[in-house]
Write a protein of this length. Structure first.
Length: 754
């Protein structure tokens, strides 16, 4: 241990005074031996030098008594909470164990201390406190709501004590936490006085000049303001009483923090704040036939008869209450001396809902809450207000000795059973559904982290990526460059975000594997001097039973499908297709005339009409079957694995893929002159299934010079026909002419080249 802990004379005096006052206030709730055990505990912890002053130099024993005083006077807790507050320094310092406390003081005190220790563990993870997630995690970790109430009291006490501290950095951190975390919690619980004090003290330490400017202006105007309020409400009192209303009025001045927030929001000076103070008129219960809304509007009429209202500042939440149930009528009127005053008019029932209803007032003030949390917190708040320091009494279904505050022992926070909150090593906090795993966490951080995840360190313990997350866990993801997403990962993750990222990664991996497998097949083909033809390969893939090309290449890449077997089947299919092409194709007798092959006769160099690459002529080439280019089409050349050149149309369906993957094999090609060759093209025709329409189509083709019908295949269904017409022609100009004439045939709906 370091320097021995000692009390100053002033600290001894103040501690004894607080001890005496607490004993008087909670003496009836203490058990017979509580005081003796507590005194013994404090004496031993001091004498054994197990406690020390904090970062601000505060005495933890005195600080505990100060916090206990706030817990009793401002919140209304009794024995268990006070004992927990006073015992906590010894627990935190390691002098006492929670099991020992349980044996001496009971389960309830031990449970509160356990909650305080759990929250201390959360703080040890350096959390980012300015988030709704941390606030909710804090509530879920507390288990017993008195832990949160004690923490609020503790923070109020700390904010009071650090006014003159030299540790400015720690003062700023404490003040920011008070503003971000503890003030909203106090507000949710209806501890408005403590909430305002936390906000005002935070402003005092964080924005010193603004705080004292507003405070000085309020002090300078307080006497005049109080006198003004009296002058303002006097005629209202008189008129309402004369009209037979039973009511009471409240006057309030906004807190320094609220005034500063309004000044910033409205971008105005202190003098520009309209509602520096407000008057609330609360109409008491009436048995007559007048409905509540009517009563409020009658009171409104009386007030506005006396004072001119500002119609732009009328807020009517009577006709249409807020979604949270808040009902009230807010008006701003011009009072004496031409000063604007806000007046709120509501009935007792409306005021009850606004003050104690299901989270109405909290959300009205702009505090966001998780679903279900408000109901639970409202219940706590009602206990504080209804059973606050009340003597033991018998309630419905309760033993005589069980007061409302004693019911706090039975509260367990079960609101987040479907959610878990976990930390990053830097203290960032993320929310996940119950059942989420390390892999969910990794993908939440980044796709690359998720794809490479092999496990994690949770609270410094190494676990697999299948490990479930629990609230309060600190998770550090471990990655490996050799890791790749697997299909079964979809069964491991819980969040839709992780599932979508895994599916995307699997798809990208499949594409890469497919490209690798295709390159591997083409290399094999080249080594075996087999020409690779894409249409033949597509046919083979379908014959092998694959619905998706990607599945075929994936099995090649995985080694599931033997590449040599694929090559054998490919050669068989290629040879089979060649036996039924060109001059060997089966034809109907006399119906079709085949003048020459669908391909250019390369033996006749006089027919060479293509210039390839850098003005090279006479090269061996073939017209690609996938797009059937003809004279006049914009074309390019593609060098195949066998060294030959295939000519494709610029708009060939395979062109984008060829350019993307094999740009180095692309060569320029252009038509340089018209030869005597004819080319095979196929037209897709769709139309009404009228009598004679096919004859009309074939008749047009037969009348065209140097145009040969090679085949026609028509299917009819539900009054429509569709089919392919294959013809031999010279060039694109003849093709366009033919398509124009066919479109003129009655009943033809569309015609396109395929």
């Amino acid at each position: 241990m370091g320097e021995r802990f000692e009390f100053t004379n002033q600290e001894k005096k103040e501690t004894w005074m607080l001890y005496t006052r607490l004993k008087e206030q909670i003496g009836t709730s203490l058990l017979e031996d509580d005081e003796r055990k507590m005194r013994a505990h404090l004496v031993k912890s001091i004498s054994s030098n197990q406690i020390s002053r904090d970062a601000f130099g505060l005495n933890p024993i005195l600080f505990g008594f100060q916090t206990a005083q706030i817990v009793v006077e401002e919140i209304g807790l009794r024995r268990d909470a006070v004992l927990a507050v006073l015992l906590h320094p010894g627990i935190a310092g390691g002098f006492s164990a929670i099991d020992d406390v349980k044996a001496d003081f009971g389960d309830s005190v031990a449970r509160i201390l356990h909650g305080l220790e759990r929250i201390a563990e959360l703080y040890s993870k350096n959390p980012v406190v300015e988030s709704e997630n941390f606030r909710n995690l804090l509530l879920s970790f507390a288990e017993d709501m008195r832990v949160i109430l004690i923490m609020i009291a503790d923070r109020v006490n700390l904010m009071r004590q650090i006014r003159d501290t030299a540790n400015a950095a720690a003062q700023r951190q404490v003040s920011e936490e008070a503003a971000y975390l503890y003030a909203p919690l106090a507000h949710k619980l209806g501890l408005y006085k403590l909430k305002s004090e936390l906000e005002d003290l935070s402003l005092k330490y964080l924005e010193h000049d603004a705080y004292y400017m507003i405070k000085e202006k309020l002090n300078a105007t307080k006497q005049a303001r109080d006198a003004y309020i009296e002058r303002f409400i006097a005629p209202i009192n008189e008129k309402l009483a004369a009209a037979g209303f039973r009511f009471h009025m409240k006057g309030r001045t906004k807190s320094i923090h609220s005034i500063w927030q309004k000044m910033k929001k409205q971008k105005c000076s202190f003098e520009g704040i309209y509602d520096l103070f407000a008057i609330r008129i609360i109409l008491e219960g009436h048995e007559q036939a007048f409905p509540e809304v009517s009563l409020c509007w009658q009171a409104y009429s009386i007030v506005t008869d006396m004072y001119q209202p500002n119609p732009k500042r009328l807020r009517d939440w009577l006709s249409v209450p807020k979604s949270n149930g808040y009902e009230s009528l807010h008006i701003t009127v011009l009072g004496p001396e031409k000063k604007w005053v806000e007046v709120q008019i509501r009935t007792e029932r409306m005021d009850e809902i606004a003050e104690r209803g299901v989270a109405a007032h909290w959300r009205y003030k702009g505090v966001k809450s998780e679903s279900g949390l408000d109901d639970w917190l409202t219940g706590i708040r009602l206990l504080l207000e209804d059973g606050n320091c009340a003597p033991d009494r018998q309630g419905e279904g309760m033993p005589p000795s069980l007061s409302n505050l004693d019911l706090m022992d039975q509260f367990k926070l079960d609101l987040y059973e479907d959610e878990v909150y976990v930390f990053t090593p830097k203290g960032d906090l993320y929310k996940f559904p119950k059942g989420a795993t390390v892999l969910d966490f990794a993908y939440h951080i980044h796709s690359k982290i998720g794809n490479a995840c092999v496990g994690a360190r949770i609270n410094n313990k190494v676990v697999s990526f299948r490990e479930l997350l629990h609230s309060g866990d600190q998770v550090e993801v471990m990655t490996s460059g050799n890791q790749k997403p697997k299909q079964d990962w979809l069964n491991i993750v819980k969040t839709s975000r992780a599932k979508s990222k895994i599916r995307l990664a699997l798809k990208e991996t499949q594409v890469k594997d497919g490209l690798f497998a295709k390159e591997m097949i083409e290399r094999k083909f080249k080594n075996k001097k087999i020409e690779f033809e894409e249409p033949v390969m597509q046919h083979l893939i379908k014959k092998l039973g694959y619905k998706e090309v990607s599945d075929f290449y994936k099995q090649i890449a995985d080694g599931t499908l033997d590449i040599n077997t694929v090559i054998e089947r490919y050669v068989e299919l290629q040879q089979a297709e060649r036996t039924v092409t060109g001059d060997n194709m089966a034809r109907s007798a006399g119906e079709f005339t085949l003048e020459q092959s669908a391909f250019i006769n390369h033996a006749n160099q006089n027919d060479d009409v293509l210039v390839i690459d850098q003005n090279l002529k006479g090269l061996d080439y073939q017209l690609a079957r996938c797009c059937h280019p003809i004279y006049g089409d914009p074309v390019f050349g593609f060098v195949t694995v066998s060294g030959g050149i295939k000519i494709h149309r610029d708009d060939c369906p395979n062109a984008p893929e060829l350019r993307k993957r094999f740009g180095y094999r692309i060569v320029k090609a252009k038509w340089s002159g018209k030869g005597s060759s004819q080319y095979s093209i196929t037209l897709r025709v769709i139309g009404n299934d009228d009598i004679g329409i096919v004859n009309n189509i074939t008749s047009i083709i037969s009348k065209e010079e140097r145009l040969v019908l090679r085949g026609i295949n028509i299917d009819s269904h539900d009054g429509l026909f569709s089919g392919n017409v294959e013809v031999m022609l010279d060039d694109t100009s003849r093709l366009e002419s033919l398509m124009r004439k066919l479109r003129m045939v009655r009943g033809v709906k569309s015609i396109e080249r395929i």
